[in-house]
Design a binder for this molecule. Sequence first.
Ligand code: SF4
Length: 427
Amino acid sequence: MDQKIPFQILNSQILALFPDGEVEFVDIKLLDDIISYNDHLLSEINYKPYILTDIIFTNDRLFTPAPLIAFIEITNLCNLKCKHCYANSQYRRKNEMSTSMIFQLLDEFGEMGVLQVFLTGGEIFTHKDAVEIINYAATKNFTTQVFTNGILLTEQIVASLPGNIGLAISFDTADPVKTVRGKMDYPKLKQTFELLNKFKIPFRTAISVHKYNIQDIIETYEWSIKNNYPRPQWLETFATGRALKNKHILPTEENFKEIFEVYKTCMDKFCTMDNADELQGTAIESIHAIKTIQMVERLEIATGKPKLANTMVYVNSSGDVYPDSSCLDYEDFIGGSLYDLSFFDIWTNAFKELRKNSFTDFKGCDKCPINVSGIHCNFRDYGLSQNLHGDPFYCGASDYIKLMILRCAEYWKEKDDKGYKLKLLIN
Ligand code: SF4
């Protein structure tokens, strides 16, 4: 599969994801070269002299011409019924999009210049055309990441996947008694990871942290190191989707001390003082994902506006376009339906009211120690805030999450000062 450069033009500047994984604004003079590269008329592109540090925004156009990150939930059907599921997945939604409608959406994303597409579910591999959809997405300019619980992956499926995607496998514990997901154990995980290695499919892993797996997490990190598997990403469980109905699994301030000790132990195992770049040993697909997320944050800081509906979007399996998965329970947040309008129309013309909002509209932030200490906060999130406070403009973080943000920032500052970097993959 050849690699192309997804790009979009914003106020006479180009925002692009380059083959080395960097996401940058560059001078419009580079446009012909980018087009030639994508048409295979250039084999390399030297974009660095064209990088712009001053990003121009106009007051009427603070959102990007296409999302930088777009999620497509291809089905809500899932083989599991996890208590912490952010999307409340289990059954198909009414009127789920057909495969041809998903292809059309992928075409639009490609044409508009979306940088990164996350294909998700439900469990994506319950969809009869999952492999076909993933292969189609992989032909487009954007980078494709696939979220899965990994349980349905067989040799036949893995052998049919394209090599230029990234797979993200999430689990909570490999202890069959303590899991709130079920059906996963170390032999099954090992078998799946070995298959992915055999067919050279880049993958990363993620552990969903909740009240009942705290004491298993260190063991899972150690198991990952011992077997030379990727460092699991630490995923907090938020008050959304099915987790909202199972609040007993959500960590509280009382659990903070214990969880933070586990966090430090796990991260310490993956810190290195090598002079190498912090992304050492990381597949290019993961670098693309990380750099795109970093650009989303850069734009949030530059504009003072939340990423939701400005640079990020979530399309559910019924074709409804939301600012984010955290808003799925609230129809008021739907920007439009793909059964009525093209994605381009929805992105360009919907969300007008939401886009007027800025960080200063979130009432909880004023005196919040996170905001006061200048830490960039990802919790100006309408759905999470509504779930926690009954108000979309308050704060999307629980008291436990706030403590984690503050202490993790201190921990990483200390590590950074000593010259430690976090390795994302062991290789
Ligand atoms: S944690 Fe909440 S109150 Fe604090 S900065 Fe983030 S969104 Fe604002």
